[in-house]
Design a protein around this ligand. Structure first.
Ligand code: PEP
Length: 251
């Protein structure tokens, strides 16, 4: 049985004061962690106070990015080794905004994934749209080449722990809506490919999240899809009341 995972991606939206205030508003209203994992990915400088506040809770603090190297002369980078030392267990990698605005290629994302997995921080690897396509309502969506390129070099044991996320860029952000059929089809396609390349064991264990315009009204529906094991939420996760509602979604 794959444990659902609800992840908030705050992008560059909240400063330290706002991040901490948010935590104080939600912490005692989140589920206890027996049946669902909950995580927040704040801006990098807010991770430290948030880790301190959440250390005896089930809420995971997640890094939005990490470098390909553990240390050295790499101005502006975030070491996944230091994230681990701080108690951070997850790092998001390959988000479409990293690819689009910071030109991260599959090769760079792959190096980051290996750096994280090799040191014991679980990568949440985002796939967006690339080569192989799925067609829904006459519209074509591409995802599969990316998947293989970003996972290259991981052992079977590491693959079982990796978390994937299917985030169609056509459903992310302002002015877009979630397409339920696409959400399930994309996650299903990723799982089928994982089954084909790495076998049943990995395919049955790997958690696949969906991201793109999830909100309190549609979360139960998307979580009900057989291949969706969780969600990555942008805009709707910024509001503490909506976040609490989504963390306590009922199927
Ligand atoms: C995201 O960018 O990861 C995302 C899912 O955004 P939104 O929920 O705002 O569509």
């Amino acid at each position: 049985m794959r444990k659902p995972f609800i992840v908030a991606n705050w992008k560059m939206h909240k400063n330290v004061e706002q991040s901490v205030a948010f935590l104080h508003k939600v912490l005692d209203r989140l589920p206890n962690g027996d049946h669902v994992d909950i995580g927040i990915a704040p801006q990098s400088f807010a991770t430290y106070p948030m880790i301190e506040i959440t250390q005896h809770t089930n809420l995971q603090i997640i890094s939005q990015n990490a470098a390909t190297k553990y240390d050295g002369a790499y101005t502006g980078e975030i070491s996944v080794k230091d994230l681990k030392d701080m108690g951070i267990n997850y790092v998001m990698l390959g988000h479409s905004e990293r690819r689009r605005f910071f030109h991260e290629s599959n090769q760079i994302v792959n190096q980051k994934v290996l750096a994280a997995a090799n040191i014991g921080v679980t990568p949440i690897v985002c796939t967006n749209e690339d080569e192989e396509s799925i067609v829904i309502n006459n519209k074509r969506y591409y995802i599969l080449r990316q998947l293989h390129n970003v996972l290259q070099g991981l052992s079977i044991e590491q693959l079982q722990k990796v978390i994937l996320s299917f985030e169609p860029t056509s459903s992310i952000g302002e002015g877009h809506e979630m397409n339920l059929q696409l959400a399930e089809r994309g996650c299903q396609l990723l799982r089928q490919q994982i089954r084909l390349f790495y076998g049943n064991d990995v395919a049955n264990r790997i958690r696949i999240l969906y991201g793109g315009s999830v909100n309190p009204e549609n979360i139960a529906q998307v979580m009900d899809q057989p291949d969706v094991d969780g969600v990555l939420i942008g805009r709707a996760s910024l509001d503490p009341e909506k976040f609490v509602q989504m963390a306590n979604y009922q199927n």
